[in-house]
Design a protein around this ligand. Structure first.
Ligand SMILES: *Cc1c(COP(=O)(O)O)cnc(C)c1O
Length: 398
């Protein structure tokens, strides 16, 4: 096995996964972006500017919080939460959006586009576009616009134009298609801020690198608090950016176990889910080769999750590689389990998590009681749940 931390190769391959499966017209833009990113990551002034924004605009470092009551209630391993939900705009997405808008400025691109599912990436992008005075267009599935109305209003107040996408399932996949179409047409003036560790090279690598700050901080914080590394890391996996951001700085620490949690929807047998590692297969979707939910003809399957941010047919290519290598385990939580965990965290810890995050919490609730009290579990609290309160209230009849 090659040193995991050195991947991908120069063409964006994580073993057999990843790559650049895009129309000819986008190759020049992706190569320009790759070159600019390579320069920026070595440029001290870029790093300083990003650090300053992460600190004073976004609110880093985020706390590592000991969830004492949840720990007592589950009566197993000691549970720590990495509080990405406390960041400006309410989720980890701002880490990546800030990194990418600085790159857009270096490339002289004044127009910003993005896709969004739950709306958290759209809000983060609209926020950084406002901060730097850029024009901003967000593509969002019409179904997602309905279930995430709060975030649609936030984006509009931030000055973004939100374009409803009605094609197909009218969720994240179709929104990405529209954003790619816009990018092909306007590539000279426009930067596409992709929101997860997905798509063509260099996005999976670059988004991972911008999210690594989560794991770098968490590693230092747990060492300070407990004077040792955690035994288990847990994070939910949509495209996979909050998970890889937490996991990556621990990959070389062999004793640290990691579990990525996908959306089990209404259960795997129902077919209504978005758990790519439960029945998905090798395919190419939106720029990258990875595990994809397809039917026997290779057509993309419809997906389902209560959580718009996890409702996508492909998983980031690095996760496919890390699963093959056995370094990371992947499990899933159903809608029902996530909704229950959403309530538990609210009632026991006073934290209302995003429904995406609630999938990670459901895994904690399953796993922590099976571990002894001297074990440490560190879970990424990727976002806060304001946007999901209406969905949960409708479900529970509150
Ligand atoms: C977008 C989102 C996710 C899923 O995206 P990843 O790229 O897999 O992290 C998870 N949690 C929250 C709060 C989100 O907003």
């Amino acid at each position: 096995m090659p040193a995991l931390a050195t991947l991908p190769d120069a063409h964006g391959h994580f073993g057999p996964y990843g790559g650049m499966f895009v129309p000819e017209t986008l190759m020049a833009a992706l190569q320009e972006l790759t070159a600019e990113y390579e320069r920026a990551r070595r440029d001290l002034s870029f790093q300083q500017e990003l650090d300053e924004l992460l600190r004073n605009f976004a609110g880093r470092p985020t706390p590592l919080y000991f969830a004492e009551r949840l720990t007592n209630e589950l009566s197993g391993a000691k549970i720590y939460l990495k509080r990405e939900d406390l960041l400006h705009t309410g989720a980890h997405k701002i880490n990546n959006a800030l990194g990418q808008i600085l790159l857009a400025r270096r490339m002289g691109k004044q127009r910003i586009i993005a896709e969004t599912g739950a709306g958290q990436h759209g809000v983060a992008t609209a926020t950084v576009a406002a901060r730097f005075g850029c024009e901003c267009v967000i593509y969002m599935g019409a179904v997602d616009m309905e279930r995430q109305a709060l975030n649609v209003a936030r984006m509009r107040f931030l000055g973004a134009r939100v374009v409803a996408v009605t094609a197909g399932q009218a969720t994240l996949k179709e929104a990405i298609n529209e954003a790619m179409r816009d990018w092909v047409t306007n590539v000279r003036t426009t930067h596409y801020i992709l929101g997860s560790a997905l798509g063509s090279h260099p996005y999976p690598m670059m988004v991972r690198d911008f999210q690594r700050v989560i794991g770098v901080e968490a590693r230092a914080q747990i060492l300070e608090r407990e004077e040792r590394l955690p035994d288990l890391l847990i994070a939910c996996v949509g495209g996979g950016s909050n998970a890889i951001g937490l996991f990556h700085p621990f990959l070389e620490d062999e004793a640290v176990r990691m579990i990525g949690v996908e959306a089990g929807g209404e259960g795997i047998r129902s077919g209504k889910h978005a758990a790519r590692f439960q029945g998905g297969r090798l395919g190419v979707l939106q720029g990258t080769r990875t595990f994809v939910l397809t039917n026997d003809d290779g057509q993309i399957e419809l997906t389902h999750s209560i959580s718009a941010g996890l409702d996508y047919a492909a998983i980031g290519p690095e996760h496919s590689y890390l699963r093959d290598s056995g370094r990371i385990e992947y499990d899933y939580a159903t809608d029902e389990e996530a909704l229950r965990a959403f309530r538990t965290l609210a009632e026991v810890e006073g934290i209302i998590p995003a429904l995406e995050t609630a999938h990670a919490m459901a895994q904690v609730i399953k796993t922590a009681p099976t571990l002894s009290k001297d074990k440490l579990v560190l879970v990424n609290c990727s976002g806060r749940g304001d946007k999901d309160v209406a969905t949960a209230a409708a479900h529970f009849g509150i």
